[in-house]
Design a protein around this ligand. Structure first.
Ligand code: NAP
Length: 497
């Protein structure tokens, strides 16, 4: 299988470094190693060690917090034009080598190469968007009922922000957090997933190559618990923006309470796609396949509950099964692969356990659900489809983070809504219908943060708010103009003259 060729590596200094020496953390503006090294293995081809990295230590994180809390004060006063210039430069540098960075993402996250390259482009868009937001941030001027008193409402950076990110969007999620944090004058301590360190390292190298003052941005590799606890417990960290599992998010929230750290937690979900009798079957199948199986179902916005009304059930199922058979699972670097591997053996084993559980719970497995072989040795799984599902089954309650979908047959729209809302989560959901009234009703009835009408549940735009309800999200919305709600704090100034 094609890996990065030597001549390609030479085109990018960052890639050369990734491939040849253990990657270091960026601590107080300096690159530092440690005594412990971890490997970064390609889930599509377990013989491919993409890179190695030094695990960051508690000393690294404590030193960084101390240092960055000092330099942030000057950064908060920096010119908005400088912030704009730096963020644009990061975007340009990402785009300059997007194919190579796409390969790194494909190899370490198992994301099909086209999607991986698109992620680089999307990430650059976040830096460009927030470059513009940096010069757009505004306050307000207000009158006072008191004579000769004016009031100004200003937005200031919150201070030091910890950024903790998952492996499944290893560049886009850091981009949509780091870009606004810097744009609004905060300093950043970035703790990426240990499963995707190389693309995090490349991003850090790019940021470090700009005019950003040393120490305003730091990268700390290392164990989530060690880095996360230090961030949560420090009074010098004013905010933590986290994307990952519900269990880790809740843990962080508990640990942050004493220091009263501002939190933004984006976590897991259990999303449904409702298909009504009047739906266009082709649109329904397309949306269900993409939503359930793209990226091996390893998206927080994937739909694993397919809620189908009686009148279209048979027709939908036949068309869906036919389309499923055409899906190609294979090495993420192979352009023919539509679905890559599971991220690791633990996830593959979890998928197989959920398939077994679904059968034990009384659902009928009609397709897939097995560990399979591909052109290289990796964690491949054939997309699975269950029918005869009930909303109460664990496979329809828990986030499996897997290419496993379960069809739940319902009588009508009202029952479909009950099934969709019967979950502790509330990130995304969709409906396929030609009935305008039902579509409009759905918009209000669905207890979720992102409503998709005649579209897959996954695949959001960059410039609009993103977040969910219930256990899926905590704190203010990410991306777009709403990002300033988290990364700034409002100050009200009374002036008597
Ligand atoms: P995860 O295991 O929760 O890890 C996420 C991040 O948290 C990683 O950087 C991890 O570091 C770190 N971490 C682990 N333990 C920690 C601790 N005790 N304190 C602080 N940080 C800690 O999640 P994942 O497996 O990477 O990602 C999958 C999850 O992310 C799914 O639940 C998915 O739904 C969710 N997700 C949500 C969204 C959204 O926007 N709602 C988007 C994408 C993904 P290590 O890698 O070093 O353990």
């Amino acid at each position: 299988m094609k890996n990065l060729k030597q001549e390609q590596l030479l085109k990018s200094n960052f890639l050369e470094i990734v491939a040849h020496e253990p990657m270091k953390s960026l601590v107080c503006g300096e690159w530092k190693g440690s005594d412990e090294i971890s490997e970064n293995i390609n889930p599509s081809d377990t013989s491919d060690v993409i890179s190695t990295f030094y695990k960051g230590t508690s000393e690294h994180i404590l030193e960084t917090i101390d240092f960055t809390s000092k330099v942030q004060k000057d950064w908060a006063k920096s010119s908005i034009s400088l912030r704009e210039e730096i963020l644009k430069e990061i975007a340009d540098k990402l785009l300059e080598e997007k194919e190579y960075y796409g390969e790194i993402i494909a190899r370490e996250a198992g994301k099909p190469i086209k999607e991986a390259t698109d992620e680089v482009i999307k990430s650059a868009e976040f830096f460009n968007y927030f470059a513009a937001e940096a010069i757009r941030l505004k306050g307000a001027f207000m009158d006072s009922p008191r004579e000769n008193v004016d009031i100004e409402v200003i937005n200031e950076p919150i201070g030091v922000v910890g950024v903790i990110t998952p492996w499944n969007y290893p560049l886009a999620i850091p981009a949509w957090k780091i870009a606004p944090a810097l744009a609004y004058g905060n300093s950043v301590i970035f703790k990426p997933s240990s499963q995707t360190p190389a693309i995090a390292y490349i991003l850090a190298k790019i940021i470090d190559s700009t005019k950003l003052p040393k120490g305003v941005f730091s990268l700390i590799f290392g164990q989530g618990g060690i880095i996360g606890d230090a961030l949560a417990e420090s009074k010098k960290v004013q905010g933590i923006t986290f994307t990952g599992s519900v269990s880790v998010g809740k843990e962080l929230a508990k640990k942050s309470i004493d220091s009263m750290t501002k939190l933004q937690l984006e976590m897991g979900s259990k999303n449904s796609l409702v298909i009504l009798d009047d739906a266009d079957v082709n649109i329904a199948v397309e949306a269900a396949i993409k939503g359930a199986y793209n990226a091996n179902g390893q998206k927080c916005t994937s739909c694993s509950k397919l809620v189908v009304t009686e009148g279209i059930y048979e027709e939908f199922l036949d068309a869906f099964k036919t389309k499923m058979k055409s899906l190609v699972v294979g090495n993420a670097m192979n352009p023919a692969s539509q679905i890559g591997p599971c991220i690791d053996k633990k996830q593959l084993d979890a998928n197989l356990a959920y398939v077994k559980l679904g059968m034990e719970e009384g659902a009928t497995l009609v397709c897939g659900g097995e560990a399979i072989k591909a052109e290289t040795e990796g964690y491949y799984f054939s997309p699975a489809l269950f029918v005869d599902g009930k909303s109460s089954m664990r496979i329809n309650k828990e986030e499996m983070f897997a290419a496993i979908a379960c069809v739940i047959k319902v009588k009508d729209y009202d029952e479909a809504i009950e099934v969709l809302n019967d979950t502790d989560f509330g990130l995304s959901g969709g409906i396929i219908t030609n009935n305008l009234k039902k579509a409009m009703q759905f918009k209000h009835d669905a207890e979720i943060g992102n409503v998709m009408i005649n579209l897959p549940t996954a695949g959001m735009d960059n410039h609009v708010p993103f977040g969910g309800r219930k256990s899926s999200s905590y704190g203010s919305r990410e991306k777009s103009y709403t990002a300033s709600d988290f990364y700034t704090t409002t100050k009200t100034v009374y002036i008597k003259y």
